[in-house]
Structure formats: C-alpha cells, structure tokens
Design a binder for this molecule. Structure first.
Ligand code: BT5
Length: 251
C-alpha cells in the first residue's frame, strides 16, 4: 500500500474561477453536505459549486460518495441542456466522456457513467433534474485526485495519483468544464457522432457483464452495443438503468 506524502494545497476561489472561465460562476465551499444538494436548491444556470469536503456526498440510488477533505475535485455544474426529455439519460454519458477527455488518454468509461483508470473507478457522476422553466440539469462530478490506496472507500476505486496522473484540481476543473460545454452542445445536433466517441472509450462494450436491474433482477450476457438512447444492449436486450459488473473481457 502506498502512503500519502505529497502536499495537498487548498483550493482557491480565484484560481478556480480563472480556470473555469467567464461562462461559469464558481462558488467554493469548505464543507457542504453535498454540492449537488446546494446546486439543486440554488437552481442557477452556470453555477459551479465546488467543495473541499462533502459530509454527505450523494451517489446514485441513495448511495454515498466518500472522499477525505482536499483529496478530490467534487463539484456540481448547473446547465440548461436544451434537449427534449428523452435525451436526458444521455447527459451522464456525455459528462463521462467530457471527464475522460479532461483526464487524458488512459481514461475509459464504464456504463452508465463511471470513469475508470486501470479498470478502477476514478470518477462518479450524478445528474439531477431541477424542474424550473426551462429545466436545469445539475451535473455532479467527483474525481479522486490525490487519494492513497488506504484513503479510498472501496477496493474498486482509484485516484489520479495512484494512476500516475499529476493534474492540479483547478486545472482539472477547467479542463472538464471546457469539454463539457461543447459535448452537451453536440447532444441535440450530433448525437450519433457523440455516441461513437463514447463507444470508442467504453470499457463496457464487448464485455461479459452482470447487470443488476432496478427491479432486483439480474441480467448476464455480452454487451453488444450502447444504443442511440444511451441504453446498454446485453444479449439483444436494451436496459436503461442498472449497475454493471464486468465479469470478464470478451474473447
Ligand atoms: C456515483 O454513484 O458514482 C455518483 C457519484 C457522484 C459524486 C459527486 S461528488 C459531487 C456531486 N455532489 C454529490 O453529492 N454527488 C456528486 P454510484 O454509481 O451509485 O456509485 C456509488 C458507489 O461508489 C458507492 O456505493 C461506493 O461503492 C463507491 N464510491 C463511493 N465513494 C467513492 C470514491 N470516492 N471513489 C470511487 N468509488 C466510490
């Protein structure tokens, strides 16, 4: 096991704002329950809530997201997707693609929305909808940056540092936001090209998987595709939501 030794500089509001650029309004918090919760209640387009620590970080399905203070880039960006409701399930996928591009060529995507390094989870994404007019999407992103192995909550997790990637958190925020905006813009007009890019970075496509479906059942088979609606196609059956376990690589 590695032990943490590198310094962990605190985030600075001005550096984050500069990295994000004028299209975004960055708000830095030392500690919040969840950046998503704060962003949902603020319901303001263009707001980016960043926190050094979350006391109750949210995962999907009431699960939690855990990271020691200063080790991660945890933030929520509020956007107006401007796409019809049936395309909303693609937002987490597109966000994963943006994060993977921001991290670098080693990053892969696990359906629906995890970003992997070396087969382990380095980033989780949680998109929540705010019923405003027009509706807003709060895009919550947690990226493990400097955690040592013993600071990660589960063995399937990793961090940029453990994968040998050295990116400071302000730069990373700037890179993710710079990728996110055009990727979301492509959703309406160039969905096919966007999905091809997603498939190109997918670690799930072609894998033998076990999917735990929301109704409690499981489905096992080979992943044939991620379809035009962002659904996972396993043995000819398309599923819109679920938790995927990569059983073993195809072939
Ligand atoms: C996710 O859920 O992966 C979505 C996580 C979203 C977190 C961000 S942080 C900023 C924003 N504000 C929030 O409150 N949330 C968002 P899910 O696919 O359900 O995965 C959750 C599971 O990942 C947990 O049950 C753990 O097994 C695992 N996990 C928890 N913390 C982790 C971490 N730091 N790194 C890797 N895996 C983790």
């Amino acid at each position: 096991m590695t032990s943490h030794t590198a310094p962990r500089p605190a985030l600075e509001q001005s550096a984050l704002q500069q990295a994000a650029g004028p299209d975004w309004e960055v708000r830095l918090e030392e500690e919040v329950d969840s950046t998503n919760a704060l962003a949902v209640s603020a319901a303001r387009r263009g707001l980016v809530v960043v926190a050094e620590h979350q006391s109750a970080g949210r995962g999907r399905l009431d699960r939690s997201w855990e990271a020691p203070p200063r080790t991660s880039l945890t933030f929520s960006a509020t956007v107006e997707p401007g796409v019809e409701p049936r395309l909303w399930p693609l937002i987490p996928l597109v966000t994963g693609l943006a994060v993977a591009r921001a991290i670098g060529p080693e990053a892969r995507l696990k359906w629906p929305n995890d970003v992997l390094l070396g087969g382990k989870k380095a980033c989780g994404i949680l998109v929540e909808r705010v019923e405003a007019t027009p509706p807003l999407a709060v895009i919550g992103i947690g990226i493990n940056v400097s955690q040592a192995a013993e600071e990660l909550p589960v063995p399937e997790a990793t961090s940029l540092a453990l994968a040998g990637i050295d990116l400071d958190r302000a730069t990373l925020l700037g890179q993710v936001l710079a990728q996110l905006r055009p990727a979301l813009g492509q959703l309406a007009q160039h969905r096919g090209a966007l999905l091809d890019q997603y498939r190109g970075l997918s670690a799930t496509l072609g894998q033998q998987v076990r999917v735990h479906l929301p109704d409690g059942s499981t489905l096992e088979g080979l992943v044939d595709d991620i379809d035009g609606d962002g659904r996972l196609v396993v043995g000819g059956r398309a599923v819109a939501a679920g938790d995927v376990i990569h059983v073993r690589p195809a072939g």
